[in-house]
Write a protein that binds this ligand. Structure first.
Ligand SMILES: [Cu+2]
Length: 447
């Protein structure tokens, strides 16, 4: 029960010192993989995540309870907030899947993780400075250059990370620690570690209960991109994730279509008539598919925690995946600045996003709603790809972000043009500003 004197966990975002630029969430591979042994931020992140895991599970701010907000154990109020109200199987859970609040509910959830993950143990200025600048990195699984592979830092069971420098400033031998990004395992009774494509018939329980990760299966699944609900003759068949990201950001301009599978139901591929993709591809749809690709969605090949809503948030990769979903939301908001919940929408933009509390500028403590989280820069973060240039007008900024989206995610423009007979690009062929796309085709051949 809520009481008058209860002090709720407040989600404020990491504070940005006055006059400083808002730090950005960075792409995970760039952020970590190149320099794990020398990076202060990677060292802090790994140490802090392990400390977060080690908080006893009965504490409100343990990793176990924070991960448990999303789905399982279910039926339980977190932080004495209003109890969860969304049915999942026989349980009630908090996360708002299949509703148009799907994108906005997960925004404060990532902020909570970002707030808690980083409690600096630094004693040196460089470490404190890096801790202040750190923001939750996102994993961009759609960027063509990654070829669908999971960032290397997730893969080893233990990692070498930086230790503070010697008194003379020289770099010390890195420390080898067990890797909290590899899996999460509650050290209590018989709790299984998280798996990715690891749990299947024939694997003995004592093996999978330790957590099994099959990274090649994740890469294969991302590259096969077997989107659910796609018809054999559908335009989306065989399209990579980059293509779906591009379509979603450029060609789905209304919140009700963009936000959720609830308002954009995925059709039954066996039923006619086949529904055009603009009417059912949403942010949540893309997110759902990736949950399956990362966790494991083929029983014969092995399943895992990310594949199932109630268990997904226990796998640490969930937070890098959802930071990316939040980035796609921020990108979409940037190029569709006027699109938002319609006034008669249900749920509405002012419905409470339980169980997340915030202390507002007025001093009042209340739940977040979707309107409150619309501008993410109010919470001390932005994204590397969304940083603004000084003196850039809104119009120039939006144009530049549109160019970023087109050049980053539509790698096969010729293919897309053929498939859509140029229709996808009609948005750019505006007579009002007299700009036209000019296509350049580079042909390489072996003489
Ligand atoms: Cu969720």
């Amino acid at each position: 029960m809520q009481s008058e004197s209860k002090e709720y966990v407040l989600i404020q975002g990491i504070e940005v010192p006055k006059g400083q630029p808002i730090p950005s969430r960075q792409e995970f591979t760039k952020w970590a993989t190149e320099t794990p042994e020398t990076s202060i931020q990677v060292s802090l992140f790994i140490r802090a995540l392990q400390k977060f895991y080690d908080v006893p599970y009965e504490k409100t701010l343990s990793f176990f309870q924070v991960a448990g907000i999303h789905g399982y154990p279910g039926d339980l109020a977190w932080d004495d907030s209003a109890p969860p109200a969304h049915q999942r199987g026989s349980k009630m859970i908090y996360c708002t899947h299949n509703l148009i609040t799907f994108p906005t509910w997960h925004r404060p959830y990532m902020l909570l993780f970002e707030d808690l993950e980083f409690h600096s143990e630094a004693d040196k200025k460089a470490w404190t400075d890096e801790a202040a600048k750190w923001r939750l990195p996102y994993w961009d699984w759609a960027i063509p250059s990654s070829k669908g592979s999971v960032p290397d830092l997730f893969k080893p069971a233990s990692v070498n990370i930086r230790v503070p420098s010697a008194a003379d400033g020289s770099l010390q031998k890195p420390e080898n620690v067990s890797n909290p990004l590899y899996k999460y395992q509650l050290k209590w009774a018989k709790c299984s570690g998280t798996s990715r494509w690891g749990i299947k018939d024939g694997v003995p329980e004592e093996e999978w209960s330790n957590g099994i990760n099959n990274y090649n299966s994740i890469t294969d699944a991302i590259n096969l991109h077997n989107w659910y609900g796609v018809n054999p003759d559908d335009d989306l068949l065989g399209r990579p994730a980059s293509d779906l990201v591009y379509r979603l950001l450029r060609s789905v301009p209304e919140w009700k279509n963009f936000s959720s599978t609830g308002t954009n139901p995925v059709p039954d591929p066996d039923k006619l008539p086949h529904i055009p993709w603009e009417q059912w591809v949403s942010l949540e749809y893309l997110h759902n598919n990736l949950h399956g690709f990362i966790g494991g969605n083929v029983w014969a090949d092995g399943i895992g925690h990310m594949q199932n809503v109630p268990s997904a948030a226990f796998d640490p990769i969930f937070y890098m995946h959802h930071a990316n979903i939040d980035r796609l939301l921020a990108l979409w908001q940037t190029v569709n600045p006027d699109s938002w919940f319609e006034s008669d929408a249900s749920p509405s933009a002012t419905d409470k996003l339980t169980p997340f509390h915030h202390k507002f500028a007025s001093g009042k403590v209340d739940y977040f709603n979707s309107d409150n989280v619309r501008d993410w820069t109010n919470f001390g973060y932005t994204y590397d790809v969304l940083e603004r240039k000084p003196d850039e007008t809104d119009e120039e900024y939006i144009k530049r972000i549109n160019v970023y989206i087109s050049t980053t995610y539509s790698s096969n423009t010729g293919d897309v043009l053929l498939g859509d007979q140029g229709k996808l690009f009609t948005g750019d062929l505006k007579v009002t500003d007299h700009t036209y796309d000019d296509y350049l085709i580079d042909v390489l051949y072996d003489r």
